[in-house]
Design a protein around this ligand. Structure first.
Ligand code: DX5
Ligand code: ZN
Length: 208
């Protein structure tokens, strides 16, 4: 299982990114919020891009943004493997194509109240399904147990059509809730890792 570490809850992103660089986390999960799609707003790209000097890890970018095209253009210029947009955002098809045109793997996120079946029309365009296990918008929330069923459905869908798509799950993941995520190929964990001293120890405890 791949691990993507979110530093949304970090009190000191440069320090924590340097420390994460010494761990075996597979990706850095970069949450972007616009204050419209979700209430909170993350720092502007002009600041964000300076922070990425502190990591050599590939980025797994999660856009919680209403109009994503400008964000895609910006984040495509970093060391980015995936850019994921929300199915509940605007111009989904155009933006997935835009991500692909930048040579980056497109991902599609679904919020807890969105059914997995909504993803089906976009399957040929994506490389990642990001299943939200909390409401998007902030770190440190409790994992929604029903997510386990959605992960199972997603796994069946991907296997049935033999798709080259990874299943990722984001929000509230710790050494207990990881047990509901066995069907995922990748998990995002933030506060469980970042608010503790020994990042590698926490990461190891999620590799079940
Ligand atoms: C929530 C974000 C998550 C979050 C994960 O909107 O998309 O990536 O930061 O952090 P934890 O593990 O604290 O829920
Ligand atoms: Zn996220």
């Amino acid at each position: 299982m791949l691990i993507s570490t979110s530093f949304l809850s970090s009190k000191n992103p440069p320090r924590d990114l340097k420390l994460l660089d010494e761990t075996d986390t597979d990706f850095i999960h970069l949450d972007v919020m616009d204050g419209k799609f979700v209430k909170n707003k993350t720092m502007p790209f002009s600041e964000m891009k300076n922070i990425y000097k502190y990591t050599t890890k590939r980025l797994d970018v999660h856009l919680m943004t209403e109009d994503s095209s400008n964000y895609i253009k910006d984040y495509a210029s970093l060391n980015t493997e995936y850019i994921t947009i929300h199915i509940e955002s605007n111009n989904v098809k155009e933006n997935l194509e835009l991500i692909k045109n930048y040579g980056i793997k497109p991902g599609l996120a679904i919020s807890p109240n969105t059914s997995l079946s909504e993803v089906v029309p976009y399957l040929p365009l994506i490389k990642q399904i990001l299943i939200m296990s909390v409401e998007p918008g902030e770190g440190g929330q409790a994992f929604i147990i029903e997510t386990e069923k959605k992960l199972e459905e997603a796994k069946i869908l991907v296997e049935e059509y033999d798709l080259d798509i990874i299943i990722n799950v984001d929000g509230g993941i710790n050494d207990k809730t990881i047990n509901y995520c066995k069907r995922a190929d990748m998990i995002v964990s933030g506060s469980y890792i970042i608010l503790e001293d020994n990042f590698q120890e926490k990461i190891d405890s999620l590799r079940i």
